[in-house]
Design a protein around this ligand. Structure first.
Ligand code: ITT
Ligand code: NA
Length: 186
């Protein structure tokens, strides 16, 4: 059975399919709009999106929701990351952290897998910090201001392959794959 990834974001598809390829699994991209409820955690948001899409598509699928959590801002923007990206942008985040000592932050992905048998969530986190300025042309979203732990470069200064070594998304997806391959061997 082929596996569908439902997202409006082509970058997510590119990152995930690169990981999938290395496991010999093929992912298909389904770019359809989805309902996102307003909630204060990614788990609730992604579960709702995944279930409502499954009711229409009726095929095994994954949906993921991601957010940037900044410790000095008590985890903001977190589930509001998309909104903040549009309203404040990268510069806005850098401004909020002007003169703030603690620049630590993390990215989190919650991935929801739905099939006729189950609804399961898989999580991935990458710790790091917010850079002093915007750097790099690759990636998307907040990649130009996020530096993962044990690195000096931002995600936007890395290839997809390099970002996948650290990323929240790759971790969530590998955790899903572990489960998925075990289930499909039975
Ligand atoms: P979906 O259709 O899959 O929902 P989206 O782009 O709306 O795609 P999210 O809601 O999960 O994705 O993302 C929330 C925000 O976080 C959005 O502005 C993204 O640009 C940003 N973001 C998500 N993952 C990121 C990553 O790996 N690196 C940088 N920014 C990221
Ligand atoms: Na979204």
């Amino acid at each position: 059975d082929k596996l569908l990834l439902v997202t409006s974001n082509e970058n997510k598809f590119r990152e995930i399919s690169e990981v999938a390829k290395s496991y010999g699994i093929k992912i298909e991209w389904l770019n359809i709009p989805k309902f996102e409820i307003q909630a204060d955690n990614l788990e609730e948001i992604v579960r709702y999106s995944a279930i409502t899409i499954y009711q229409v598509i009726r095929k095994p699928l994954i949906v993921e929701d991601s957010g940037l959590f900044i410790n000095a801002l008590n985890g903001f923007p977190g589930p509001y990351t998309n909104y903040v990206r549009r309203k404040l942008g990268l510069e806005g985040i850098l401004k909020l952290l002007n003169n703030v000592e603690d620049r630590s932050a993390y990215f989190k992905t919650v991935m929801c897998y739905v099939s006729d048998k189950e609804i399961n969530l898989f999580t991935g986190v990458v710790n790091g910090r917010i850079s002093e300025r915007i750097r790099g042309e690759k990636g998307f979203g907040f990649d130009p201001i996020f530096i993962p732990e044990n690195e000096e470069r931002t995600f936007a200064e890395m290839s997809t392959e390099e970002k996948n070594k650290y990323s929240h998304r790759a971790k969530a997806f590998m955790s899903f794959l572990n489960y998925y391959m075990r289930e499909n061997r039975k």
